[in-house]
Design a protein around this ligand. Structure first.
Ligand SMILES: Nc1ncnc2c1ncn2[C@@H]1O[C@H](COP(=O)(O)OP(=O)(O)OP(=O)(O)O)[C@@H](O)[C@H]1O
Length: 329
């Protein structure tokens, strides 16, 4: 078997023990709850955090301590946007090229072209404080792409942006990534990012890989509560211990007494919370076995059942609405 374009076995004691592989052109969406190790993973790949694993990119070893961060062909766009405040947008983008020995004139010309590709060519002479969040993020992405990295690390690239700006940038980024032949590692808390931009998904939990697969596979058969919530599914362990069950909140019915019918799965519990959701209400139910379920019901049902936090309730769903799968297939 040939070596994948990206092969990373990352090991930071107590924080991260994860193997990630990807082919050229892959966008690896990394998801997981707070503290799962996503930023640690990205920092290891960037060479900013020493680890005792192995890292091969495009046939070359990037393992520390032999490969220094500057020897890695890596572009890194971080959550907090870290443009140099005293440099113009163009100088920010040209910086990485200059550091690699490209002459000033060529670096400026390439920076200008890259800024134009990202739709911010007209702002090339502005300093970061004269840019909006979305514009600054485009400059940061241009700065990462201009050096033609083999590995592009995007850590929460849309966080903090206005919803509309994030949506536009997401579409444009997808267009740029389609012609990118390295590997992108995209850390996100957003299911839409993972599903629309990712070609692979890596789910981290407690510093370990809890699940990998295509976004479609992971979204259809989540193995962790975090991903189930991210993609809007209920996830429970089967009562007979035979695997996991996933089903939509809209397929859950609430009733005051135990529902009849053998073709229904049912759980006794209590309402934990009520929140407006679309034109209805999203009801959280904590079952007597300690599992958290979500039911999307109409406002009329909430009124009829007199639902409020603490109300005893039965949650049920039809067998046919449930996807069943093994825990670790
Ligand atoms: N400098 C550090 N020294 C020691 N432990 C750290 C350090 N930074 C983070 N950690 C720990 O490493 C683990 C992973 O943290 P990391 O920041 O990678 O998580 P994350 O998945 O990016 O979280 P978030 O979604 O909150 O950004 C956490 O348990 C965290 O407390």
């Amino acid at each position: 078997m040939s070596t994948p374009f990206l092969h990373a076995r990352l090991d930071v004691p107590g924080r991260l023990h994860a193997t990630v592989t990807a082919d050229a052109g892959d966008v690896v969406a990394v998801v997981g709850p707070n503290g799962a190790g996503k930023t640690t993973l990205v920092r290891c790949l960037a060479g900013l955090l020493p680890d005792s694993g192995e890292l091969t990119v495009d046939g070359r070893s990037w393992s520390t301590p032999h490969a220094l961060p500057r020897d890695r062909r890596v572009g890194h766009v971080v959550q907090g946007r870290d443009l140099f405040p005293h440099l113009s947008a163009r100088e920010n983008v040209a910086f990485g090229l200059r550091a690699r020995g490209v002459d000033r004139r060529t670096a400026r010309a390439r920076a200008t072209t890259e800024l134009e590709r990202l739709g911010v060519g007209a702002l090339a002479d502005r300093r970061p404080h004269q840019l909006s969040g979305g514009q600054a993020q485009r400059v940061a992405i241009a700065r990462a792409l201009v050096t033609e990295p083999r590995l592009l690390l995007l850590d929460e690239p849309f966080t903090g942006l206005d919803v509309g700006v994030a949506a536009t940038l997401r579409v444009e980024l997808a267009r740029h990534l389609a012609s990118y032949d390295g590997v992108v590692v995209l850390v996100t808390h957003d299911a839409v990012d993972a599903l629309t931009l990712g070609t692979r998904m890596v789910v981290l939990e407690d510093g370990r890989v809890a699940q990998t697969g295509t976004p479609t596979e992971v979204a259809a058969r989540p193995r962790t509560d975090h991903v189930a919530r991210l993609v809007g599914l209920n996830l429970v362990a089967a009562a007979d211990g035979a695997g996991l069950l996933a089903f939509r909140p809209s397929a859950v019915t609430l009733s005051p007494t135990e529902p009849s019918g053998s073709a229904r799965l049912r759980w006794a519990g209590q309402v934990s919370q009520l929140t407006p959701y679309g034109d209805g209400v999203r009801v959280g139910v904590r079952t007597s076995t300690g599992q958290d379920l979500i039911a999307d019901v109409t406002a009329a049902a909430v009124a009829e059942l007199l639902l409020q936090p603490g109300t005893p309730v039965w949650a049920s769903t039809k067998e046919t609405a449930v996807v069943r799968y093994p825990v670790d297939a």
